[in-house]
Design a protein around this ligand. Structure first.
Ligand code: ZN
Length: 276
């Protein structure tokens, strides 16, 4: 990202929406959301997007102590993401750490870490993300991203007493990233337990089999729907201002991330309108 882009994104990221204060409707949320409390502490990987932010409020219902970690890896929509993550952590009243992981941008060429590469649902090989193209994956795919990021989150959390790691990875996402599948999460859980000699270490991925509509429903059940709707950032282009405000939140409305968020919202909204 160029300096100019970063500046523009930082301006775009200036969220002046007025999301509902979390905590207001949360009293009976754990029964409503069907989540059982766990006697332990959890670190949540918080990107500032819909999924990870919903996971943060889920974690607050489930675990004793909760902290959030956000990664700065020169990602395409980084300034908007990190600004959103800071605000969300503040409103959820949890300790928040931003970890620099810019090595990711040096490792390979993906649209997520190189603004020259276009965001495509399926990568094109020439002049783009060849590794992703060979595997039929989106151009945003960064090989090893969740391996490194979740490993870093565990490495940050374990010495600080957070034996659980909550992540918003979702196998049902249209992107189909291999490091968002249950098999990967299960294997990584085992690997981190072994690597750190911590048999109690557990990765909790509450969204792994949820559709986006079901994730909206979880936010509703947790009592934070309005907050997730207008307080989180998903768009790959960093669009986050009044000109880019929709029923489903902020975004350019065109990129794959916006498209998925919008379609999920519409399915959720239809279902609850029918129920009423
Ligand atoms: Zn977008």
């Amino acid at each position: 990202m160029t300096e100019h882009d970063a500046e523009r994104h930082a301006q775009d990221a200036d969220i002046d929406s007025d999301p509902d204060e979390p905590g207001v409707e949360m009293r009976d949320a754990n029964t409503k959301a069907g989540v059982a409390p766990v006697d332990g502490n959890a670190v949540v990987t918080l990107s500032g997007g819909q999924d990870s932010s919903t996971c943060l409020f889920y974690a607050l219902q489930v675990y004793n102590e909760v902290a959030a970690v956000t990664f700065d890896y020169d990602q395409r929509h980084g300034a908007a993401e990190i600004t959103a993550a800071r605000k969300i952590a503040r409103q959820a009243d949890v300790p928040h750490t931003v970890l620099r992981m810019n090595t990711l941008a040096e490792l390979g060429d993906a649209a997520l870490t190189n603004a020259e590469i276009p965001v495509e649902a399926e990568a094109t090989a020439i002049g783009g993300n060849t590794f992703a193209a060979e595997r039929g994956l989106p151009s945003t795919f960064v090989p090893g991203r969740n391996l490194l990021l979740l490993g870093a989150a565990a490495a940050w959390g374990l010495p600080r007493g957070y034996d659980n790691l909550v992540t918003g990875v979702c196998a049902a996402d249209a992107a189909g990233y291999p490091d968002c599948r249950l098999e990967f999460v299960t294997a990584l859980n085992e690997a981190i337990s072994l690597a750190t000699d911590t048999p109690t270490f557990a990765i909790d991925a509450p969204l792994i089999h949820r559709t986006k509509a079901e994730t909206w429903k979880l936010a509703d059940d947790l009592g934070v729907l309005q907050f997730i709707r207008f307080g989180t950032h998903t768009c790959y282009e960093g669009a986050h201002d009044d000109e880019h405000k929709h029923d489903w939140g902020f975004g350019c409305g065109e990129c794959p991330a916006c498209d998925e968020r919008r379609r999920g919202w519409e399915a959720f909204d239809r279902a609850r309108t029918i129920k009423r």
